[in-house]
Design a protein around this ligand. Structure first.
Ligand code: FAD
Ligand code: NAD
Length: 467
């Protein structure tokens, strides 16, 4: 039987990063993945394929709607080759997952393809088509991720009533996609299909989309997506989803308790995800999890069993790839005897629609609820020369800072490339910058980043220069 310093179960951005960091720190490491392809949800059916389709559909929309504004005329009709678009997406995924295989080899990490389950606290049984094998790990990291959640009355047939996994490889462009849930997946994939010509109706339970982000972002993104033709039905409680042939009917009640029905050819269910620990036989190792399968961990991401750790979507916190990766690094360093730290307040959140949405730190709603006295500085993207040059005028940057100390407490953005701009805010907050610190830094002209400086000037002393 092979013995390892560390055995990682699951090869998503949590697991594979944990394995690399363990190997870098000199530990003999193995990783177990139930599929034959590494990379987990993120690389196979999450971040990477969804961004590939967002980019492809964005190009199409630009060609059809905006090229003419730039004086570019296309003789004849611009056509979509949907099959090719899906194949390109798969090509991007394949190239990226191959990269992880390379990294495992480079770092001398043993890869086991098979389903891992605990025999006891130090032994994992790997079951695959070729049989069963048991390996020993002094330390074991559970990085088994998450699966889509659903509602009790919904039958996910994965053909017409689908999750994000199927939405990334549909055989055709829907005529009318009814999206249940106006969160990240619903908006990103809803936008993809709207751009490609589908009618898209988003049915959301709360009174705003992306309800965990700053309220101003919800409003701005909904305004922009409405202009793009997406229909929103907020404060709607879905009570039934029925498929008849190729038709799906979604029934909901609005806030006046009136029954409303939506009939489409596809229904995308995206009401969140649940931690995935099915079949792990946690009880054999004595590891405690909640009823929903979420593993209980302490600040070192250690479970109730001292040598077993858990990271990523399978534990509490935001279900984000970069959060999982930071946790993978943390656990490897904890096992190596180091004292790493993650500031969970500074994990950025991004929605890759266009305009993009990005946030870090506290929202205005959270500051109000906590009774924190704060200043807000906001700058509209439309006032930037860079935005006018590209034609991306929707959005804003908002900086919230402490009323007394001026320390930046939260930064919330909507606009072109804000998924990248948010890194400046994370850096500033990591170093506990004040709004004035940001305002005094030189930002290249003309860039979208100038909106960050202007919002900081507005927060410092209400002295933005260009509005
Ligand atoms: P996962 O990536 O889920 O990996 C877990 C792995 O463990 C899987 O490969 C699974 O097969 C394997 N596994 C499970 N059980 C076993 C077992 N018993 N034995 C062996 N292997 C097992 N996040 C972002 O930050 N940015 C984005 O843009 C983004 N876009 C997304 C788009 C979509 C459509 C979806 C669905 C998610 C997106 N996410 C995004 C979320 C992101 O994918 C997850 O937060 C991230 O993948 C979590 O990483 P993880 O390592 O915890 O788990
Ligand atoms: P989510 O939590 O982002 O959104 C779910 C939405 O569904 C919420 O707005 C919620 O109010 C709504 N909802 C819940 N129950 C409902 C009901 N009965 N009827 C109508 N609406 C209902 O979840 P998601 O969009 O499914 O995404 C899952 C996870 O994947 C998220 O945690 C997210 O972090 C991650 N993800 C991240 C990205 C990114 O970082 N860009 C992209 C996609 C997914």
């Amino acid at each position: 039987m092979s013995t390892y310093d560390v055995v990682v179960i699951g090869s998503g951005p949590g697991g594979y990063v944990a394995a690399i960091r363990c190997a870098q720190l000199g530990m003999k490491t193995a990783i177990i993945e139930k599929y034959n392809i590494l990379g987990g949800t993120c690389l196979n059916v999450g971040c990477i394929p969804s961004k590939a389709l967002l980019d492809s559909s964005h190009h199409y929309e630009h060609a059809v709607k905006h090229f003419a504004d730039h004086g570019i005329e296309i003789p004849g009709e611009v056509k979509i080759n949907f099959k090719k678009m899906i194949e390109r997406k798969q090509g991007v995924v394949d190239m990226t997952t191959k990269g992880i295989e390379f990294l495992m080899t480079k770092n001398k990490i043993d890869v086991f393809n098979g389903f891992g389950s605990f025999k006891d606290a130090t032994h994992v049984v790997i079951t695959s088509e070729t049989g069963e094998e048991t390996i020993e790990g002094k330390h074991i990291i559970i990085a088994t991720g998450s699966k889509p959640s659903t509602l009790p009355f919904i039958t996910l047939d994965k053909e017409r009533v689908i999750t994000s996994t199927e939405a990334l490889k549909l055989p055709e462009i829907p005529k009318h996609m009814v999206v249940i849930g106006g969160g990240v997946i619903g908006l990103e994939l809803g936008q993809v299909y709207r751009r490609l010509g589908a009618e898209v109706s988003v049915v959301e339970y709360m009174d705003r989309i992306i309800p965990t982000m700053d309220g101003a972002q919800s409003k701005e993104l909904m305004k922009a997506m409405k202009k793009q033709g997406v229909k929103f039905f907020l404060s709607h409680k879905v009570s039934d989803v029925t498929r008849k042939g190729d038709e799906v009917t979604v029934t909901a009640t609005d806030k006046k308790d009136k029954e409303v029905t939506f009939t489409g050819d596809y229904c995308l269910v995206c009401v969140g995800r649940r931690p995935y620990t099915d079949g792990l036989n946690l009880e054999n190792a004595g590891v405690k999890a909640t009823e929903r399968g979420m593993i209980d961990v302490n600040n070192h991401l250690q479970s109730n069993v001292a040598n077993i750790y858990a990271i990523g979507d399978v534990i509490r916190g935001a279900m984000l790839a970069h959060k999982a990766s930071e946790e993978g690094t943390l656990v490897a360093e904890v096992i190596a005897g180091q004292k790493p730290h993650i500031d969970y307040n500074l994990i950025p959140g991004v929605v890759y629609t266009w305009p993009e949405v990005a946030s870090v730190g506290k929202t205005e709603e959270q500051l109000k609820e906590a009774g924190v006295a704060y200043k807000a500085g906001q700058f509209p993207m439309r006032a930037l020369g860079r935005s006018r040059a590209s034609g991306d005028i929707d959005g804003f940057v908002k900086i919230l800072s402490d009323k007394t100390t001026d320390e930046v407490l939260g930064v919330h953005m909507v606009g072109a490339r804000v998924a990248d701009l948010i890194a400046e805010a994370v850096t500033a907050m990591e170093f506990r910058a004040s709004a004035e610190d940001i305002a005094r830094m030189s930002h290249a002209h003309p860039t979208y980043a100038e909106a960050v400086k202007e919002a900081a000037l507005a927060a410092t002393d209400d002295r933005a220069l260009h509005i």
